[in-house]
Design a protein around this ligand. Sequence first.
Ligand SMILES: Cc1cc2nc3c(=O)[nH]c(=O)nc-3n(C[C@H](O)[C@H](O)[C@H](O)COP(=O)(O)OP(=O)(O)OC[C@H]3O[C@@H](n4cnc5c(N)ncnc54)[C@H](O)[C@@H]3O)c2cc1C
Length: 432
Amino acid sequence: MTKPRVVIVGAGFAGYHAAKTLSRIARHRAEIVLLNSTDYFLYLPLLPEVAAGVIEPTRVSVPLTGTLDGVRVVVGEADRVDLRNRWVGYATPEGDHGRLAYDRLVLAVGSVNKLLPIPGVTEYAHGFRGMPEALYLHDHVVRQIELAEVSDDPAEQRARTTFVVVGAGYTGTEVAAHGQLFTDRLVAQRPHLNIRPRWMLLDVAPRVLPELDQRMSRTADRVLRRRGVDVRMGTSVAEATRDGVRLTDGEFVPTCALVWCVGVRPDPFVAELGLRTEKGRLVVDEYLTVPGYPEVYACGDAAAVPDLARPGQICTMTAQHAQRQGKLAAQNIAASYGHGRRRPYKHHDLGWVVDLGGWDAAANPLKVSLSGPPAKAVTRGYHLLAMPGNRARVGADWLLDATLPRPAMQLGLVPADAVPLESTSPEVPARR
Ligand SMILES: Cc1cc2nc3c(=O)[nH]c(=O)nc-3n(C[C@H](O)[C@H](O)[C@H](O)COP(=O)(O)OP(=O)(O)OC[C@H]3O[C@@H](n4cnc5c(N)ncnc54)[C@H](O)[C@@H]3O)c2cc1C
């Protein structure tokens, strides 16, 4: 008898952990197929450190093959789901098309950059949602410093060494914090460049890390300002142009670098399924199944999972939720095959970690507020535990960065047009 097939679409925090859990508990009862745009799981929380050159890009990319026993990996982009006949259509990286029939389906396609209707932003800003964007930002920053060094025009030098980050959530805050340290190092290697790079962090919210604990906000704010980051809360970009950005308070800031970290929205793929959505996320019940389709599960950023710890609300888009929901989807699928009992999703926040570069971090494990080296130790320890692979390599990079000068040059792997802000699949650069 052939085994029933479980198809998981997306190998991020939710999909990867769904596949891993299923392979552990139900490998002998079902065939597990994991369809993902890339052949690796991307550990997104360490991406700001990749952009700043602290960690090598391959360290945060954990290969799917070899780390998921008993799981068949298919690299491709899902482009259609036939819910009635139970198959998923996909395109391979070489443009061929295939279909995967399923008995159970897990939709875990994650999210993409959020866009706001602000003039010039889609043309001049770059997002920060995947590896190509981190590699692009790294090169772009190095390039601006190199161009500033050879310029005789102080106005051009000032513009090239000004970096504007919009969005003071954990992504924007970490990008600005690591960015300031990175460019200070780059300038220190160039005795002819007599200018201090300026990083600006903007948000319409009244404080940095608006979604996190007030004490973490205060720590991050204090560290950023001490380093010279120009933190402007209650301020955003009204218009972006080739030469700079006009802020909502009317000031014009000449810059060649606008980094868009205003948040994420669900992958547009979920809107095209014809299923009910809430805030663009697939509506599911507390067991993570789609109403009317008990064989279809959704989890992570792409799903509007009821937050039983905060009745009436849906879970926020975090790695913590996505990973736990992925595991639960796997357990509930196993339960549907007679292994164990299905359970509703309920998770209480275990705290947050925000790495601010150097010896600084903000953390509140189990609601205990930490800053400085203790927070740094907790933050790094958390990331090492949470990563599904490459731990020793990440640890080695941290050690090397603390003891040796950081080499910085443009690798030229990702051109600007390969990372448009409107990209729906940020992890796959355009193929030519
Ligand atoms: C820079 C950055 C830093 C972050 N830091 C933190 C943090 O410190 N703590 C925290 O809790 N959260 C953090 N987050 C948020 C967290 O990473 C997300 O909430 C989490 O990744 C969501 O997991 P997911 O599995 O739903 O989606 P993802 O991890 O985004 O995975 C989705 C997967 O689906 C694939 N995919 C998409 N579309 C298709 C398709 N059509 N076909 C096939 N595959 C597809 C993608 O390639 C990807 O592998 C951060 C996010 C970013 C961008």
